[in-house]
Structures are given as C-alpha cells and as structure tokens.
Design a binder for this molecule. Structure first.
Ligand SMILES: *Cc1c(COP(=O)(O)O)cnc(C)c1O
Ligand SMILES: [Zn+2]
Length: 409
C-alpha cells in the first residue's frame, strides 16, 4: 500500500501523515491487490458476518484487507460502524414506477451519518502513527463523527465549524462527545485551508475529507451493498455530492471489486448536488476543464453547502470511468423527497433526500429508465436537523383532543 499524488504521481509512505503532496496535489491510497483472491475474500467476508465482538464485526473492518491491511487490530478504533440497513420501499418504488429501488441507510451509523465509515479508518491510522490529537473542519457530521471516535479512542478532538449554515444538532452532538469546538466566521473552505496550513505545526492529525484513509474506509459502503446483494449491483447508484469524498470512495470501491473479479459489471453513478451549491455539476454540465468555486453556497441541505469541493478531480475521473452523470435539485425538490423518505419509515436528513429528488428528475428526463434498478445512499439521520423538521411538520399537529379529530383515520 502506498500514497500517490493525483497531480504529479509522486509516491509517499502510508506510515506517515500527509494531507497533500508537496506540489499541492491530493493524495490517494493505492492498494496492493495482486496478492488477493476475490473468490477467497468473498468467503472470508461471508464468515465474518457471524462475528460479534471482534473488529471484524464492523461493517468497515470486515473488509480490512481492502482498507488498511497493515494496521494491527489493537490500533483499530471501531464502534461496529456500517452494518446498516439495505431497504426496499414498495410505496416509493411504485410511485416512481421503477423496476427496483433500494435505500442504503448510512444514517444508521453510530454517530448518525456515513462519515463514520471513513472516520474509523482515519482515526485508527492516526492512532497507529501515535497521534493523540485530531482535528477537522466540518459542515457538522464529520465533526460529530470525529468527536465520537476520538473520545472512544481516548484522544482529543478539535473541530472547526462555520458559524453559519450548520445544523445546531450536529454542533451539540460534537460538544457532547467532548470535542473542542471552534466556531469561526467564514466558510467550510476557509476552515480546510487553515488546517492544511497549520495542522502539522500544531501536531494535529487532520481528518478533513481530503484525508486519503477516510476515503479507504468509505469504500466499505459499496462493499457492504455488493455483499448484501450477493455481488450483483443495481444499474444505478445515486449519491449526494458536497465535498465529493463519497463519490470518490464509491468509485474506488467499485474499481477494487471489478479488479478482483468480485463483480462483473460496473453500475453507473448519478451524483446529485443541491442547486445552491453545485459547482461540480456546473463544471460537468458545461464541459469546463476546471472547477470554478462558488463563493457563497446556499442550500437548506447544510451537509451539501460546499462551494469549493477539494476532491473534484478524483470525482470527475470516477464519473468518467463508470459513465456517470451529475444533476442538481433545488431545496423544494429535496424537501418533497425527504417527506417521502421520512413517511416511508426510513427517514433521513435533507442532504440525503437529494438522491431521491435527483432520481425522480433523471427519470423525468428519461436518463434513468423505468426498466432499470436504482439504489439511493442515504447519508445522514432524520434527527440530525431538528430545525428543518420543526419547519416541515408544523402543520401536522392537531391542537384539539377530541373524538372528531380522530374520526377518519
Ligand atoms: C458529508 C455529507 C454529505 C456529502 O458527502 P461528500 O463526501 O462531502 O460529498 C452528504 N450528506 C451528508 C448527510 C453528509 O454528512
Ligand atoms: Zn504531487
């Protein structure tokens, strides 16, 4: 295993902490898959489904050979993350008229979002290197996740949260786990820059979305989906895009499975951005060569409120490899789809509902066909944003306790 620069191809050791190459390029983990046998791995992964108390009971570390093979078990900080529900919802499926529809509820992770899949890998890597202090910049869920794993691993965490457009629940959750929260005037992108400049001199292990080990951990989401579906994936995987770490991880995970012969056909990826924060979608739709940052991103889906996504090059490569597409949806479309997901009994935060909103739009535009099978990745929990819930459920409360109000059930 090694780290490779996306821009200049320089190689660095994975036994050190780096957030970027000296040329400024992003780093990516390259696994050594040559020694592995895909069929044998399927058997091992299947056997581990019976584990309960070992690190292999985790829905991330079940796939350790493909994530951080070199880190010994005693350094792993796990809360048995992953292991989340893969659901079908007949009412939503029939409303869309699509052949098959799945939801992968990463919202059911221990801190309530898919960030746990990546964070367990990053914190374990940092612990392995001997770090005691961890840091990140976050739109909220990354900080909750880091605060949880740092506490669980007996370490400290410092998180930088923009003072606007962040859900109060996420900040409170982060504080409750004992993190030091630094709220600052500025955007997510400013916080990223600060940590890239000063993280090292402060002795902090930096867990922003550009941490390459987080991406390795997040690959487990697609491994788990593939395993649950008996190694046969749907035609489309639909995911929301903010910093674009999730789409990068999804693409890398698919590539691993394909290279190991564990799947035969690659699904196509549909990446959905919120209209108010959609610089990547615009670049792809307009056929531009470079991403033009959006200075004042604004969407109710606060987890997607990112104007300068750092991993856009990897994301573009991933989409090209799997004939992927991008799409943007507005906040109203997101909220309509969120209501459908909530009332199905699954539930999610606004950013996650961008997937269903995007799927519906892509079906209307005849890009996704009724005869195809789609899977939406739900990234965050229903309770992550109670301000939004209060807004949308206001008119659902009856104020009279009378027999009349309950007549027509
Ligand atoms: C972080 C996050 C996203 C965006 O994922 P990226 O990897 O930043 O593109 C989407 N939904 C939720 C709930 C998140 O926490
Ligand atoms: Zn480089």
């Amino acid at each position: 295993m090694k780290l490779v620069c996306v821009d200049c191809s320089a190689e660095l050791s994975w036994r050190e902490s780096h957030t970027a190459c000296s040329c400024g390029g992003r780093l990516e983990v390259i696994q050594d898959l040559k020694m592995l046998d895909g069929e044998r791995l399927k058997t091992v992964f299947q056997e581990r489904l019976a584990e309960r108390m070992s690190v292999y009971a985790s829905g991330v570390w079940r796939y350790k050979e493909l994530i951080l093979p070199g880190v010994p078990e005693e350094h792993i900080v796990t809360k048995y993350e992953g292991n989340t529900g893969l659901y079908t919802s007949e009412p939503i499926r029939s409303q869309l008229g699509i052949r098959a529809l799945y939801f992968k509820a990463q919202s059911e992770n221990p801190s309530g979002s898919f960030k746990d899949n990546g964070m367990t890998a990053a914190v374990s890597h940092g612990r392995f290197l001997g770090y005691k202090h961890f840091a990140c910049t976050s739109t909220g869920n990354t900080s909750s996740s880091l605060a949880m794993y740092a506490a669980w691993g007996g370490c400290s965490s410092q998180v930088f949260v923009p003072s606007r457009s962040v859900s109060v629940n996420k900040v409170l959750q982060t504080l409750a786990y004992g993190a030091k929260v630094i709220r600052f005037d500025g955007t997510y992108d400013d916080g990223i820059r600060f940590l890239e400049q000063h993280g090292e001199e402060l002795g902090l292990y930096v867990c922003n979305s550009v941490n390459p080990f987080r991406i390795e951990g997040q690959k487990s989401i697609i491994y788990e989906i593939a395993q649950y579906l008996n190694w046969e994936l749907p035609d489309w995987i639909v995911i929301p895009g903010g910093a674009l770490s999730n789409v990068s991880a999804l693409g890398k995970g698919l590539e691993d499975l394909k290279n190991l012969g564990m799947i035969t056909k690659l699904p196509r990826i549909a990446l959905i951005q919120a209209e108010g924060a959609s610089p990547f979608h615009r670049m792809m739709a307009d056929g531009q060569d470079e991403l033009i940052p959006q200075p004042n991103p604004a969407t109710k889906a606060s987890a997607l409120n990112i104007g300068n996504p750092p991993s856009w090059k990897i994301a573009r490569r991933v989409l090209r490899q799997c004939q992927g597409i991008t799409c943007s949806v507005n906040d109203e479309e997101i909220m309509v789809s969120k209501k459908m997901i909530d009332q199905s009994g699954i539930g999610c935060e606004p950013a996650s509902a961008a997937t269903l909103a995007g799927l519906r739009k892509l079906m209307d535009d005849r890009i996704i066909d009724k005869d195809e099978r789609a899977l939406c990745i739900l990234t965050g929990n229903l309770l992550k944003d109670t301000d939004i819930l209060a807004e949308t459920t206001d008119d659902m409360v009856y104020s009279d306790l009378t027999i009349e109000s309950l007549r027509d059930l």
